[in-house]
Design a protein. Structure first.
Length: 394
């Protein structure tokens, strides 16, 4: 029996990036002491006010269908948040509720690009992007973010990548996996490129509240961008709520109309009790969100300081987000080989970045999603392995 050609387009190298993670989960389930630093799953709990509102909605019987694009109150609250942060008008008609950023990105690309179109993405790319673009039948075009420039964009190379087939620029800042936070000048230049060539600009802003080195700047806030910028974000990282699967797409009202048709064929709305809890998170800036940012800032500095002593390795402190990159190229091992040894010999699971693209080869992504003491123990284990490897090398 044959399957659709789609199955080949969604099984890129990103789908293989998680093999060490799955092995680590199996070892942990079997009783092995494994420190999981592979997935950006916050160890903190969701804000109590959000949990209480969600439970109250369930107890009140809010378990029926909700509007296809989301509850009006929630869409209005998200629009108010976007307008407050960007200074650009935003209304409920600009907003569609989705089950997390990943679903929002998938849905947006389905409506923005298709066969014959090219989508330019700075590389390393998050592991799912390739499959999302493949699912739309579009072509992924990558432009390197190089380690020697701190994984910041080469604006000239981005401009040179534009062709008559280009439909969409896609950026992610704070960046996953590198932790780079693009500067205002970089965002402005990318926005100008989109305007000059009449392109869509898709902005993955799931880590917007976790910027350390400089404030996050959304391209939607810039002149002439509201009609061509599509912002996707969620509460997963900022409020430690990944299991809620609550995110949003913000774009022109015409996009929301197309998303309505897509969701009608696919999602048919989201859980109303989840949306009621999310509304509580968006009524005001909760202190828990600021505390989460400080947790990741502190943990990034802690792990970077520990790993500075690792021979033949280089820790790259994050400018934002919830990950730290470790460059292990000096050990002579491929990132996956180093990660395999780290799991087998020291019980630490790290994600090899080879699946994110060639610019990240030789790097490990370490999630800052365990408590400080446990993270410190992981750092010591990595240090032990690096020292053992150093003793074996000439």
């Amino acid at each position: 029996m044959q399957f659709s050609p789609l199955v080949g387009r969604i099984a890129g190298r990103g789908a293989r990036a998680w093999s060490i993670h799955f092995d680590a989960v199996r070892l942990s389930a079997a009783g092995r002491d494994v420190i999981l630093l592979t997935v950006g799953d916050p160890d903190q709990t969701a804000p109590a006010a959000v949990v209480d509102a969600t439970v109250a909605a369930l107890q009140a019987g809010e378990t029926g269908y909700s509007p296809i694009l989301g509850q009006a109150e929630l869409r209005t609250a998200i629009a108010a948040r976007v307008q407050r942060r960007s200074g650009v008008a935003c209304a409920a008609d600009n907003v569609a509720i989705v089950p997390g950023t990943q679903a929002g990105l998938y849905a947006a690309v389905q409506c923005l690009a298709g066969p014959g179109d090219e989508i330019i993405v700075p590389e390393p790319v998050y592991a799912t992007y390739e499959a999302v673009i493949g699912a739309a039948g579009a072509t992924l075009v990558t432009v390197p973010l190089r380690p020697e420039t701190g994984f910041h964009p080469d604006l000239g190379a981005l401009a040179q990548a534009v062709t008559p087939r280009t439909r969409l620029l896609w950026i992610n800042t704070p960046h996953n996996p590198t932790g780079a936070v693009f500067t205002a000048a970089e965002i402005e230049a990318i926005a100008e490129l989109a305007r000059r060539h009449d392109l869509w600009l898709l902005s993955d802003e799931v880590y917007e509240d976790l910027a350390f080195a400089r404030p996050h700047l959304s391209p939607r806030s810039l002149p002439g961008m509201a009609e061509r910028c599509v912002v996707v974000s969620s509460l997963s990282k900022s409020h430690a709520m990944p299991g809620f699967r609550l995110g949003w797409v913000v774009g022109p009202p015409e996009l929301a109309a197309h998303l309505f048709n897509l969701f009608l064929a696919m999602l048919y709305g989201g859980p109303p009790f989840i949306q009621r809890g999310a509304l509580k998170a968006l009524e005001r800036e909760l202190p828990e969100a600021a505390a989460l940012r400080e947790d990741y800032r502190r943990r990034g500095a802690l792990l970077a300081e520990l790993l500075a002593a690792a021979p033949r390795c280089r820790a790259i402190p994050p400018e934002g987000g919830m990950f730290l990159l470790l460059d292990v190229r000096g050990t002579g091992l491929a990132a996956e080989d180093f990660a395999r040894l780290l799991l087998e010999e020291e019980g630490v699971a790290a994600l090899p970045c080879d699946g994110f693209g060639p610019s990240a080869e030789g790097h490990l992504r370490l999630a800052l999603t365990v408590a400080d003491e446990r993270l410190g123990e992981a750092g010591q284990r990595i240090l032990r392995l690096a020292r053992r490897l150093d003793g074996r090398l000439p």
